[in-house]
Design a protein around this ligand. Structure first.
Ligand SMILES: [Zn+2]
Length: 112
């Protein structure tokens, strides 16, 4: 499968890793849209299609939990956004959670 995130997970494509455990990888977004812009991806290739089974749901819950933990670690937990791009709003089908934050001045309150 020609999936950028699967290549990053296999370390075939370099990335700036900020978090790693047996199920999840956290990395810097190469085109940041906020002072801090990280991506959290499950190491298993999961997509937004069909029904999620219990394992998928647990993995999604862990993605959110890990992102929250890293937001606290990076001291940006006063204001941050967690975003999933689904379907045509995203380029990569492998599920990934965006963590955006670290604004010093005006915090963007709009969602799009
Ligand atoms: Zn993948």
């Amino acid at each position: 499968m020609d999936c950028l995130f699967c290549k990053i997970i296999k370390k075939e494509t370099p990335s700036d890793i900020v978090y790693e455990d047996e199920e999840i990888l956290g990395l810097e977004n190469i085109q940041p849209e906020a002072p801090v812009h990280l991506l959290f991806i499950p190491k298993r290739h999961v997509e937004w299609k069909g029904e999620f089974d219990q394992k998928d749901l647990q993995l999604l819950a862990r993605l959110i939990s890990v992102a929250k933990k890293i937001a606290v670690q990076q001291k940006i937990d006063e204001a941050y956004k967690l975003i999933f791009n689904v379907g045509k709003t995203g380029h990569i089908t492998h599920i990934h959670l965006h963590l955006l934050g670290g604004w010093k001045d005006k915090i963007p309150m709009h969602n799009i």
